[in-house]
Design a protein around this ligand. Structure first.
Ligand code: FAD
Length: 412
């Protein structure tokens, strides 16, 4: 991976600085409640501006509503860096944009891409992810929500749980069992289902943030046309794993870590205790520097993976590396580190964060309260998208060659 900036990269940097000087004041706030509620007008307008200038959906082809640039790791890093330095939002980062869109680009039909990608990247269509069930979390392939085919429709019955955003989502990408006679991984299909379909009931589940950010979702005789399947019947596990690959990148994203580090540094510089900013006190400086080192390691690890992906993984494979494992490291390390950064901010805020008021949406966009919201919410992201224990199991077994964990009752 060559990190030298070319003339083209420098031109991009200059264009970004000009864009930020001109439009930066239009950015929605970063951190706290943003992204955990339906995007408001300000967020949608900012997203449209970013797409128009190629700073969001940059590598999404033009025919699907994106900017149509060639994927370039350094471009992405420069955009992230400039926005982070200026404290601006990088645009909508939901499950639709970050997980479903790349999945459709990889395995969707042309019709599915044309119908869903444009409205999703613009933030007009919000997606939920219907994977987990009460008896199927870490062991996802045991899921029991099922669908039969009747009159050109899948008819869905069952229950999902921990479904983020389902209370305001327009659509859900849903895993369900359509081939009950096949082995469990081969009996699953991946369907695109409108949340307005009759027979769907959403029951919000409050978290310790005080907000109901995820939900139980019940399906009773829910009908969806058979063409709303991604790939084919029984191929849902394959599709689910494509989505999971992108989920791991989202949940451990180093752009978020770098941005959080910038915010944390400012907080320590502004927080004065006994006449001296915390940033000047050796104990706090030491804690910050250690985290900074880890953030930089996470950033370069992610850049390497992205650069390998852009080169068809040839480089990584030639060097005997498994990029799937690299993504598990991104998820495990990134989600843990994001929480530890927020934890240092909470330590620094001390009493200042105690008036946290979860039901006050405006207060959640306030800088101090946003840290508390991030700290509580991000603890969940260490579990969401595959818990740390599971990531560590796979890294140990596949990466370090340690013995496989024993299977219970002949489970696969
Ligand atoms: C904030 C948040 C958002 C989420 N959003 C969504 C969403 O939008 N859509 C969705 O479908 N799901 C979502 N989830 C669910 C998430 O994917 C599951 O919580 C996760 O996969 C773990 O499953 P589980 O909760 O059933 O726990 P279990 O699988 O029951 O695990 C319980 C505990 O046992 C440990 N454990 C289980 N098996 C093993 C093993 N073999 N070895 C070692 N330890 C093990 C786990 O690490 C965990 O600590 C979300 C979860 C959270 C916390």
């Amino acid at each position: 991976m060559d990190l030298t900036l070319s003339e083209r990269h420098r031109a991009l940097q200059a264009a970004l600085r000009e864009f930020i000087a001109r439009y930066g004041h239009l950015s929605p706030p970063v951190g706290g409640g943003g992204g955990r509620k339906r995007p408001d007008r300000k967020v949608l307008d900012w997203q449209a501006l970013l797409i128009e200038h190629g700073f969001a959906a940059r590598a999404v082809p033009r025919q699907y509503g994106g900017y149509g640039a060639e994927p370039d790791v350094l471009d992405a890093a420069i955009i992230t860096e400039e926005f982070n330095k200026a404290g601006l939002s990088l645009g909508i980062q939901g499950q639709g944009i970050r997980m479903l869109v790349p999945t459709l680009l990889e395995v969707g039909t042309e019709e599915q891409r044309r119908r869903w990608i444009g409205p999703t990247i613009r933030g007009e269509v919000i997606w939920a992810q219907g994977y987990s069930e009460p008896e199927a979390g870490s062991d996802l392939a045991s899921l029991r929500t099922h669908a039969r085919v009747e009159d050109g429709h899948f008819v869905i019955n069952g229950q999902k749980i921990w479904t983020s955003s389902a209370h305001f989502a327009d659509m859900i990408f849903l895993l369900c069992r359509t081939e009950p006679d096949r082995p469990k991984h081969l009996g699953i299909s991946y369907l695109l289902v409108p949340m307005t379909a009759p027979g769907i009931e959403v029951r919000p589940l409050p978290t310790m943030t005080g907000h109901a950010t995820f939900n139980e979702v019940f399906f009773t005789e829910v009908r969806v046309p058979v063409d709303q399947i991604v790939l084919g019947r029984g191929e849902g596990w394959k599709v689910a794993n494509v989505t999971l690959k992108h989920e791991r990148m989202l949940l451990g994203d180093s752009a978020k870590l770098v941005h959080r580090l910038h915010r944390l540094r400012s907080l320590l510089a502004e927080t004065v205790v006994e006449g001296e900013p915390l940033l000047q006190k050796p104990v706090w400086r030491d804690r910050l520097m250690r985290l900074q080192g880890e953030v930089l390691a996470a950033k370069y690890h992610q850049m390497r993976l992205l650069s390998e992906a852009a080169q068809g993984q040839a480089q990584g494979q030639a060097q005997g590396r498994d990029s799937g494992l690299g993504l598990l490291v991104v998820k495990y390390y990134g989600s843990t580190l994001a929480w530890r950064l927020a934890a240092l901010a909470v330590d620094a805020l001390g009493d200042a964060g105690l008036p946290y008021e979860p039901h006050d949406e405006v207060a959640e966009d306030d800088a101090a309260t946003a840290w508390y919201a991030d700290w509580m919410y991000d603890l969940g992201l260490i579990i969401g998208g595959g818990s740390s224990n599971i990531q560590k199991n796979i890294i140990a077994e596949r990466g370090l060659g340690m013995p496989r964990e024993p299977k219970i009752n002949g489970s696969a």
